[in-house]
Design a binder for this molecule. Sequence first.
Ligand code: GAP
Length: 445
Amino acid sequence: MHAMADEEVSPDASDLMEKVVGLCKRRGLIFQSAEIYGGFRSTYDYGPLGVNLLRNVKNAWWMSMVQCRDDVVGLDAAILSPPAVWAASGHLATFTDPLVDCMKCHQRWREDKIDGVCPSCGSREFTEARAFNLMFKTHAGPLEDEGAVAYLRPETAQGMFTNFANVLQTTRMKPPFGIAQVGKSFRNEITPQNFVFRTREFEQMEMEYFVPPAEAATWFDYWLAQRFQWYLDLGIPEDRLRLRHHETSELSHYSSATADVEFLFPWGWDELEGVANRGEFDLQAHAAASGEKLEYYDQSTNERYVPHVIEPAAGATRTMMAFLLAAYHEDEVGGEARTVLRLHPRLAPYQVGVLPLSKKDTLEPLAREVLTSLQPHFLCDYDTTQSIGKRYRRQDEVGTPWCVTVDFDSLEDRAVTVRDRDTTEQVRVPIDSLVAELRRRLDAS
Ligand code: GAP
């Protein structure tokens, strides 16, 4: 029979961060980059389990934003781009943070993040703030002259604007429609912090939704509601998620309205995603700078206009961290403490753990047969080491929602035991219907 998980203990906020960071390292989710050389500040590598989780986050976004819609198409634009793009977008002139130097210890800080006190030495004396551009500048080709300057994109969004006419010409899209992209962005953050929350290299999931100007406000509300619901559907508890509308003084250079989806991180409420009404700013700016017409001609009304843009812009790596923090729990099963990640089954690094009850060779062929039947359908782990109890704990700790145990009875009845991560309930399932049963559970989650 099964034991129910009991006695939930929630680590307090300060412990939580330390515990999740420790788990990420210990179980191969996230490693410090170039660790064998002492590490490279603010860059991280996603290990065998982390790459699955991050990919699942991005896939869940793509599923909801592209695959399940007929009004959004995808794009994968280049990361390297010429200065002309960033001059037109306004990033060369305004994508800056206020940089100050502490007069006493000479550390550099972002002025708006330190409340006038040096976090390193406590001094209150700083240099005048100067605008520090966050873009990474490099040179394309063998000549390092001004003509070879290129930038690593600080957002994926501009790829959607520079390809607006290409997409219009090559698809049957007409406003309202969107172009979506997932990929790396780079910002030379002055103070990267809080693990993968703010890093210099990160991944974004962005969509530019082009609408008739009169419909912009309605679509802004629509996308705000859609995006908020996405986090709830994937298991972020309602009391750790909120919407915050920006004050006029906070708005980016391109935005006429912005609201953030915020998550309650261990240090307080902070941004997961921004939804912005960018108006006609970007298409106008690129049309003016490039000389190309970036507008839509509506044959039915004989009208030509520059669509307005609503942009939901999320961080994949930051969102992955929020899912980990929300999923981390400690409880007791049968009087024994365990750590469990209650990740949504679609996000879990492994959906199924296949565990032969004993290491004896007699179980191996059937266990491997079960594993290969599941692998085309689910992300699977195969674990034969240590006791079954220890292996369950190991899978719980990384959020595997179902463990399939092959035992000696399985050789006779061709059935296996399926154990549920959250309830620890165990049921016997015929091997022939295992894929269908796990698929049913995944679809119902
Ligand atoms: N295209 C609009 C745009 O880039 P943003 O608010 O600057 O807007 C969108 O970025 C999202 O990208 C943020 O909500 C955050 O999740 C993520 N993001 C931005 N800077 C980041 C950084 N340095 N490290 C990790 N994620 C970051």
